[in-house]
Design a binder for this molecule. Structure first.
Ligand SMILES: *Cc1c(COP(=O)(O)O)cnc(C)c1O
Length: 434
C-alpha cells in the first residue's frame, strides 16, 4: 500500500510565508474609510493593529520571512502531517486518491495558531500589553489565548453567545491559557449594549462580536485588536499549510487535481490553496479549487460582491468582498467558525475572477460526512472541517461514476473534540437542517 502518513522533517518546514497579492491577476480594491470613502492608509489602522502587521497587510513582497522565534514555536506541532485517506477511499469505492492535511495536531486543535502566534509575536515586539478579539466557536479565542500566554500578553475574548453556551469547554480552554472570555453581545461595550437593547434575545454573531472587540481596543490603554481571519496578513500566515502540503505530495510524486477547504472568513482555505493557486496563475496548472461554505451562511454562493463593513456596528473600514450584509445574523449552526457575513477580499477577488469556485451544504449532510470520516479515518472532525470532507467525498464519488483517477487534497482544519454536544444532537435527531 502507498504511504498513509506523509511527514516532513522540522528542517523542511517553510522559512517564509507566501503573499499572493503581487500574483493576483486583478489587483485588490483598497479598503475605504467609511467617513470619507477614501482609501485608508497605515495611520488609519495604527490605533488597532501593530505596524508590522499593517505592513504585511499591504505588502507586495511575494515571500515574507517567518521570524525564528515563531518558527521555534511552530516546531511544537509543525510540519503537520499529510494523510492519504486509504480507508475513506475504500469505503467510497472510488478510484480517486484522497489526501488531507491535518491541522488538528496544533495544541489548540486547529490551524488558527499559525496566525495567532505570529500576531501575538508582532504585538509583543511593539510593546502591546493587552489584545482584544472576538471568537465564534471558540477556536480563535483559544488559539489567541495560547499565543498570548507564550508572549505574556493579556487576552480579552468576546465570544458569540450561541457558541458560548454550545461549546462550554472552549471557554475553559481560553481561561486555562490565561485569557478572559465573555458572551457577546455583552453589556461591557456601547456596541454590545445597543444591540442588546434592539435584540435582547439575539444568538449573537461574529459581526457583533467584532464591533465589541474593536471598541474595546480603541477604548483601552495599550490594547490592540486581533482578527483571526478575513484580512490579508491572516491569509499570509496560513500559507505555511499549503507550502508544506505541496512538499509532502511531491514526496509521494503526486499533485492535486482538486484542492478543497471550508470557508468562514477564508484563512484555512487560503492556507491550503494559495501556494497551488500561484502555480495556476504562473505556470498554467489546472486545478479545481473549491471553497465550501454552509447553506445557512452562503457568502460566496449567495452574497453580493461589494463594499461592506466587517462588523455590525460599522466600526471597521469598508472592505470589497462577497457579503450577506453586515446586519446578517446566521442561524446558530454548529459550525460556529463559518458564521460570518463576509469573506476575505483576496478570496472574493479570486472567486469573482473565476479562478476558484464555491459549494454550499446543509448541516445534516455535513454531519453525515463527518461521521463517515470518523468511522473510516478515525479522526473526529470539527463541524467546520466537515464541510471540506463533504466536498471531497462528492468529488470522489463523481470519480467513481466517471472512472477518473483524480487526486483530491483537502484541508482538515481542526478536530471536533470540543464539539461533542453537536454530535450528540446529530445522533439524537435534534440537529436542524439549516
Ligand atoms: C475558525 C475555523 C474555521 C473557519 O475559519 P477560516 O478563517 O475560514 O479558516 C474552519 N475550521 C476550523 C477548525 C476553525 O477553527
Amino acid at each position: 500500500m502507498d504511504n498513509t502518513k506523509i511527514i516532513l522533517d522540522e528542517n523542511e518546514m517553510p522559512r517564509s510565508w507566501y503573499n499572493i497579492l503581487p500574483d493576483l491577476p486583478t489587483p485588490l480594491e483598497p479598503p475605504l474609510n467609511p467617513a470619507t470613502n477614501e482609501p485608508i492608509g497605515p495611520e488609519d489602522l495604527s490605533p488597532i493593529f501593530p505596524m508590522a502587521l499593517i505592513m504585511q497587510e499591504m505588502s507586495q513582497d511575494r515571500y515574507i520571512d517567518i521570524p525564528e522565534e515563531i518558527r521555534d514555536i511552530y516546531r511544537l506541532w509543525r510540519p503537520s502531517p499529510l494523510y492519504r485517506a486509504h480507508r475513506l477511499e475504500a469505503a467510497l469505492k472510488t478510484p480517486a486518491r484522497i489526501y488531507y492535511k491535518y491541522e488538528g495536531v496544533s495544541p489548540a486543535g486547529s490551524h488558527k495558531p499559525n496566525t495567532s502566534l505570529a500576531q501575538a509575536y508582532y504585538n509583543m515586539k511593539e510593546g502591546v500589553e493587552r489584545i482584544s478579539t472576538e471568537t465564534g466557536a471558540g477556536q480563535w479565542g483559544s488559539a489567541l489565548s495560547m499565543a498570548c500566554s507564550f508572549f505574556d500578553i493579556e487576552c480579552m475574548v468576546y465570544m458569540v453567545k450561541s457558541s458560548f453556551y454550545q461549546k462550554p469547554y472552549r471557554k475553559s480552554l481560553i481561561n486555562l491559557w490565561g485569557g478572559t472570555v465573555i458572551p457577546s453581545p455583552s453589556n461591557q461595550t456601547r456596541a454590545g449594549r445597543s444591540i442588546l437593547e434592539k435584540y435582547p434575545d439575539t444568538s449573537g454573531s461574529l459581526g457583533i462580536a467584532i464591533s465589541e472587540a474593536v471598541e474595546d481596543a480603541a477604548t483601552h490603554e495599550n490594547t490592540k485588536y486581533s482578527l483571526g481571519s478575513v484580512l490579508n496578513h491572516v491569509m499570509l500566515h496560513q500559507t505555511i499549510i499549503g507550502q508544506e502540503a505541496m512538499a509532502q505530495m511531491a514526496k509521494v510524486d503526486d499533485y492535486p487535481d482538486m484542492v478543497i477547504g471550508c470557508v468562514g472568513g477564508g484563512s484555512n482555505f487560503a492556507g491550503i490553496s494559495f501556494p497551488f493557486v500561484q502555480e495556476m496563475i504562473k505556470d498554467g496548472k489546472e486545478i479545481d479549487v473549491v471553497a465550501v461554505e454552509p447553506s445557512a451562511c452562503p457568502t460566496l454562493t449567495g452574497g453580493e460582491f461589494r463594499y461592506d463593513f466587517g462588523d455590525m456596528a460599522q466600526m471597521t473600514p469598508l472592505l470589497k468582498m462577497y457579503t450577506l450584509g453586515h446586519e446578517f445574523v446566521p442561524p446558530p449552526i454548529h459550525a460556529g467558525g463559518l458564521r460570518y457575513h463576509g469573506d476575505s477580499p483576496i478570496i472574493s477577488r479570486l472567486y469573482a475572477d473565476g479562478i476558484i469556485r464555491a459549494e454550499a451544504y446543509h448541516q445534516t449532510e455535513i454531519f453525515d460526512a463527518a461521521v463517515t470520516f470518523a468511522r473510516t479515518e478515525g479522526i473526529v472532525p470539527a463541524p467546520e472541517s466537515a464541510h471540506a470532507i463533504k466536498s471531497a467525498m462528492k468529488g470522489a464519488l463523481k470519480c467513481k461514476e466517471t472512472g477518473e483517477e483524480k487526486t483530491i487534497l483537502f484541508n482538515l482544519s481542526g478536530h471536533g473534540h470540543f464539539d461533542m454536544g453537536s454530535y450528540d444532537s446529530y445522533f439524537n435527531g435534534t440537529l436542524s437542517n439549516d
